[in-house]
Design a protein around this ligand. Structure first.
Ligand SMILES: CC(C)(COP(=O)(O)OP(=O)(O)OC[C@H]1O[C@@H](n2cnc3c(N)ncnc32)[C@H](O)[C@@H]1OP(=O)(O)O)[C@@H](O)C(=O)NCCC(=O)NCCS
Length: 168
């Protein structure tokens, strides 16, 4: 029997900044992370960026923030390059991020999403995230943010691909 395919998800490093900025530009019209911000976050002690790279091609990323004395991890950003949309990239990144947060001892995972971002709302709500509030006029164009949260059960056993990503 052949061994399982290598996980395409790994921790990003400063060598990935050009690829991350390219994904950012392809995905967001405003409020983008620039090279400087990526460089800061990629070396910050409280941030982990996961990158999905398939056959040497970066397809998407997810950035997770941890806070001292907080049991909640925060998804700061998630994006899949449009050329790889609907291939399960974001779903895999999210599974890996949840596994990572559990290993950090986090009980909850949170994020904010534009109220008009149907694709992202669907991604998270279908995976157990629930709205618990809003930030009015949170974005550069005045759009509200919906706050979402998921309880991370410590007894959840990751399945399939996620199980192979435990070492991230
Ligand atoms: C939202 C986003 C990250 C989804 O990435 P993706 O890799 O294409 O998503 P996946 O293929 O893993 O799909 C996972 C789920 O996302 C949702 N989804 C993704 N694209 C969607 C679309 N165009 N319309 C509706 N739902 C969508 C679905 O619920 C999907 O699950 P399903 O395939 O079982 O229906 C991607 O569209 C993106 O990068 N958008 C621009 C950046 C952005 O808005 N980031 C979120 C900020 S919070």
């Amino acid at each position: 029997m052949s061994p399982p395919a290598a996980s395409p998800i790994r921790r990003a490093t400063p060598d990935d900044i050009t690829a991350l900025v390219a994904i950012e530009h392809a995905c967001f019209a405003g409020d983008r992370l620039d090279r400087r911000r990526f460089r800061y976050l990629l070396t910050a002690a409280n941030a982990v960026t996961l990158i999905d790279e398939h056959n040497g091609v970066p397809r998407g990323y997810l950035m997770l923030l941890f806070r001292t004395n907080s049991s909640a991890a925060r998804i700061y950003s998630i994006a899949t390059h449009p050329g790889h949309a609907r291939s399960g990239v974001a779903a895999s990144l999210l599974g890996a991020a949840e596994a990572l947060a559990r290993r950090h001892g986090c009980r909850r995972q949170r994020l904010e999403i534009r109220a008009d971002n149907q694709a992202s709302l669907s991604l998270f709500q279908r995976r157990g995230y629930q709205a618990f509030g809003a930030y009015p006029a949170y974005y550069h164009d005045g759009m509200d943010a919906v706050r979402l949260e998921k309880t991370l059960l410590m007894c959840d056993r990751p399945a399939g691909k996620e199980r192979r990503q435990r070492a991230l």
